[in-house]
Ligand binder design. Structure first.
Ligand code: PLP
Length: 447
């Protein structure tokens, strides 16, 4: 049997990302064979609705022929071109220009990476370089949010606050600091938006005071905290934090690796609050997952300081695959699809998703429903009044993921048993309804 031998080969040789090695040896892999639109088929022939767009990335859905064609055509013509030696390729140049055109304010400069983690790493390196260039090398401390996720590379993981990404690694992160998340459902100051914003501002100011403003380089935040459980800040939170950063003279980096490219509606979620950060990081929806690509969007005022500081000297930060022409060609076609109705479809489907999930609020296990557009979560509790989480010892995330799979649905099952949704933006309203229906069955089986 092909599937049995694959499972065995996988067990013996393939290390999976974010996995328990022993747990994986015991439970094995489910091999996905093919996909079309929002439907996956595994090697056993099971059909599944992908309520998570792979890993919050396949925004255009699977089997989009025009993307496949763009990649194949680019591979035929020029499969690789380095950006070193002042060389370049047309797709990378055009994609950089299109991103700059769509980005807010003076975010005019684009540095390509392979994904989100190295985009975050690159911001750290560029910010340090920037501060050296302007004669302030001691400004080398970074602040981010509890429950935040900024990647899994050595530097990006430092800004990530999820404990699982630190436990057991022992990498010293004495240059990075955390302040509390806005987490509306469980905020110690209560759910009032003004109180939450005031508390976040006070914590940021206190942290900068504690470290010394002359030592703090930047503050990082996601417009909606994704991996932390889809935590949506109160309206006005991002704007207030952006203004505080300006006032404190620290850079504001907005990590849009999940929220970018229509996930919450517009191309950049931060534009919903009309802010212009100093950096935006993107990946995932940039190519809709069809090819690896991330990017750093850098504000002109930062770029000019770095450029001036380096003069004719090389700035020693570069990847072999920066601006890979095949990934960039894919990105260009994906951007065209967003304009050609995909963003619009995602907006309609997102309204339906949020309405459907709010319809689950009466379920005895549902403590909170939150999200924006095609990015949502349902948080589960055993006691609604006390907001008691599902007991971690019962491994709720694994059980819920398995139940969803058996019901023909892929969702993200968060550590505390919450359900995360990020369907492809191409979903029909019928597919969204079906996802919500299957999620209700999962909840019923979890009672
Ligand atoms: N930043 C955020 C907000 C993310 O959600 C992720 C991944 O999920 C990353 C960075 C890291 O991206 P990648 O997995 O492409 O390295």
């Amino acid at each position: 049997m092909i599937s049995n031998s694959l499972v065995e080969l996988d067990r013996q040789h393939l290390i999976h990302p974010l996995s328990s090695f022993r747990g994986h040896e015991r439970d094995g892999v489910r091999v996905i064979q093919s996909a079309k639109g929002a439907t996956l088929t595994d090697v056993m022939g099971h059909r599944l609705l992908d309520g998570f767009a792979g890993l919050w990335c396949v925004n255009a859905g699977y089997g989009q022929e025009s993307i496949v064609e763009a990649a194949a055509e680019q591979m035929r013509r020029l499969p690789y071109a380095t950006g070193y030696f002042d060389l370049g390729s047309e797709p990378a140049i055009r994609l950089a220009s299109q991103l700059a055109e769509r980005a807010p304010g003076d975010l005019d400069h684009v540095y390509f990476t392979l994904g989100g983690s190295d985009a975050v790493d690159s911001t750290v390196r560029f910010i340090r370089y920037y501060n050296h260039a302007r004669g302030m090398p001691e400004k080398d401390q970074f602040i981010s949010l509890a429950q935040g996720f900024h990647g899994s590379s050595t530097v990006g993981a430092g800004l990530t606050a999820l404990p699982g990404f630190h436990a057991g690694f022992g990498v010293p992160f004495d240059w990075q600091h955390k302040i509390s998340s806005h987490y509306v459902y469980r905020n110690p100051v209560g759910p009032d938006p003004d109180a939450i914003i005031a508390a976040s501002l006070a914590e940021l100011r206190a942290k900068v005071d504690e470290l010394g403003a002359e030592r703090v380089a930047a503050f990082y935040a996601e417009p909606i905290q994704g991996s932390g459980g889809v935590l949506v800040p109160p309206p006005g939170w991002m704007k207030a934090m952006a203004e505080a950063c300006r006032e404190l003279e620290i850079l504001f980096v907005v990590d849009e690796v999940i929220t970018g490219f229509g996930r919450t509606g517009p191309i950049f979620a931060s534009s919903e609050e009309d802010i212009v950060p100093d950096f935006i990081t993107v990946a995932k929806g940039l190519t809709s997952g069809y090819a690896p690509l991330g990017a750093v969007l850098m504000a002109d005022h930062v770029y000019q300081v770095i450029a001036e500081g380096a003069g004719d000297g090389l700035i020693g930060h570069g990847y072999t695959y920066s601006g890979h022409p095949v990934s960039a060609a894919v990105g260009l076609e994906v951007l065209r699809l967003y304009d050609d109705g995909l963003l619009e479809n995602g907006r309609r489907a997102g309204e339906r998703l949020m309405a459907g999930l709010h319809g689950l609020a009466d379920h005895p296990l549902v403590g909170d429903v939150r999200g924006r557009g095609m990015l949502a979560a349902v948080e589960l509790v055993t006691d609604k009044a006390a907001k008691t989480p599902l007991p971690a010892a019962s491994q709720p995330s694994k059980r819920i993921f398995d139940r969803a799979y058996r019901n023909g649905l892929i969702i993200r099952a968060f550590g505390n048993g919450g359900l995360g949704f990020a369907p492809p933006l191409c979903c029909s309203l019928g597919e969204i309804d079906e996802m919500v229906e299957r999620a209700r069955r999962v909840l019923d089986e979890t009672l």
